[in-house]
Design a protein around this ligand. Structure first.
Ligand code: DC
Length: 227
């Protein structure tokens, strides 16, 4: 096991999709001057690579061989590459969105990714973001947050985001898609989405983005100041 650097700490942020988790984690990391690791993007990259190789989620042996062979690299800037490729655009397509829960629930995929996530997080202080950061990957994280928001607020946010990208977004369809993803992520047998008992829950439904970032950053800065 590698030794962690002096003053090293982990901020674990878990939560449902549409809770504002990703943008919050990214901004918190920037304000604290530490690495941001978006583990959802790793599950998305595995999904993209499996699809590129024509592997569907039932082809466990082939997927296992693929994930065990992948080389991951996280720059101090937070840029993540796999096999030397930056897949940040490819992993946001509808094909990946619709299939990622089915690949993320495969235990072989999780067994391969968790040690990579730990290795990246142990080398430097980091805000690690996902579904099982506080429960499974970094149970000893110094700071743990669980972001939630009502399904209606999350669907409204997603529709606005789609409109901002010039894409059509139907509120009813978006709400249905979010609910389906939630129940897949929370209902799976392996590392389901769950609040760690010692994580602080922040309901972002009535908060502004700046407000939710400030709650987290202020608490961490205060705690770090007082040792
Ligand atoms: O946060 P996101 O929407 O980019 O996550 C993509 C998918 O990966 C989503 O289905 C949940 C899953 N995921 C996971 O199972 N464990 C994580 N640590 C992060 C994401």
């Amino acid at each position: 096991m590698e030794k962690t650097p002096r003053g090293h700490y982990i901020v674990a942020i878990d939560g449902v999709s549409g809770s504002g988790k990703s943008s919050t984690a990214k901004t918190v990391a920037r304000l604290l001057g530490i690495l941001h690791l978006d583990t959802g993007s790793m599950y998305r990259a595995v999904t993209f690579l499996a699809q590129e190789r024509g592997l569907d989620p039932s082809q466990i042996q082939e997927i296992r061989a693929m994930v065990n062979d992948l080389e991951w690299h996280a720059d101090p800037s937070g840029r993540l590459t796999v096999e030397g490729r930056d897949l940040s655009l490819e992993i946001r397509t509808a094909a990946v969105n619709n299939a990622v829960s089915d690949y993320a629930r495969i235990p072989e995929v999780r067994h391969a990714l968790v040690p990579v996530q730990r290795r990246i997080g142990m080398r430097q202080s980091a805000v690690v973001e996902g579904r099982d950061m506080a429960t499974v990957v970094f149970p000893d994280a110094r700071f743990k947050y669980f972001l939630s928001a009502s399904p209606e607020v999350r669907a409204q946010r997603r529709v606005r985001e789609l409109q901002g990208l010039g894409l059509p977004g139907n509120y009813t369809d978006v709400l249905k898609n979010l609910s389906e993803r939630d129940s897949k992520d929370s209902g799976r047998a392996h590392s389901p989405l769950m609040k760690a008992p010692d994580a602080e829950e922040i309901d972002t439904s009535g908060l502004t983005f700046e407000g939710q970032v400030a709650i987290i950053v202020d608490r961490i800065q205060n705690a770090l100041k007082h040792g």
